[in-house]
Write a new protein. Sequence first.
Length: 451
Amino acid sequence: MRRAAIERDWTQGSIVGNLWSLSWPIMISQMLNMLGPTIDMIWVGRLGSDALAAVGVSGMAVNVANSLIMGVFTSVRAMVARFIGAGDRESANHITQQAFVLGAVISAVIAVIGIFFSEQILAWLGVSEGVISTGAAYMRIQFIGIVTMSIRMITESAMQASGDSVNPMRIAVIFRIIHLGLCPALIFGFWLFPAMGVEGAAWTNVITQTLGGFMGLWFLVTGRTRMKLTFRNFRFDPAVIWRMVKIGLPAAITGIERSFANILLVKFISPFGTVAVAAQSLEERIGQFIQMPAMGFGMAGGVMAGQNLGAGKPERAEKSGWIAAFCFTGIMVVGCLVIWFFSDYIVRIFNSEPELVAVTSNFLKIQIISYLVFGFVLVLSQTLNGVGDTVVPMLVTLTTMWLVQVPMAYVLSKTTLGMYGVRWGIVLAIFLRAIIYIVYYRTGRWKHKKV
């Protein structure tokens, strides 16, 4: 990658061009991050339903821990972007140093809890003894690797916030390709590798995430990205760490409570049978791929808004968020037309059972309505997180999730809408969120957020 491209000034030039240049590598990185668990599920599925259930349920618990870590490191993006925009690379370096300290502490605490209480966590979820035994082994290994996983998150966040989204994408491509070959080898014992079953899937994640973390660290330390990380004159800075916690904790809470709310929605839909539960899970999986452009535009919008605020250009910062939201909305207009006319074909990529195809297709068509405004939810919330205003997204999500989405999903599921009422409850909450974000973003209060 040419040095001129790495050093590009994101506070100058075309906002649309800058957004696209920043967002497409992030989209690919997000897609590759989603492929890891998908690959695991495909191969583990060949070991039987107990193994598949063990990885699926254990993965939910691990995702809660990941949400906490990723939420806290939202502050890394916000603070590094702000200092890079202000031309203060020394402070950006200092923030990244402290992030490694915070990451080590948080991930170590989570690892201890996960390793020693994995059986209790799975038992609380109410799964069978066989699933608990297999799932606990999977969880322990995943939590062993959570420290090095935090290194990958920090390095990725720092590079993207500095304006370099291409090198994190390259790192993701490398370690996911290795994941693709290593996963079946460790599960089934191909080549020189022992057959480890479900534990092989867990070790694959630990090995590849560790590789990704140290590759990212190498890029930063050697200056092959926009930032050159150095630990010279390192000093422990409790004040900076506390600022990072204050910014990141609301984002962490947002991710965790969203995970719990999704579990409740499955509980509401489960009385309608296995097909309904499978359709819910399948729609969520397809929805994750649909949301990928929004994550890319949202993170890119957050980086640009943060850097422009740091450069003293608040109006350009605001335009970055609006343009990112409208770009995604334009993409989704086309995407919704594709879903409406080809939803059956999309579902058959995953499963061809007629009843499941019909129900999932209907779920997707209901969700189309919310996808049209989803850009203003995910993109604007990511932009606010990117400038360090994480409390508002937390409050918006908490109120709309627990006062609208969950109650309405439950109530509507008891009407003639049946299982489709759960999806309509989600749609109503997303519309309300979109309105709140648009109104708040227009006030411009977030421009005065200090990091």
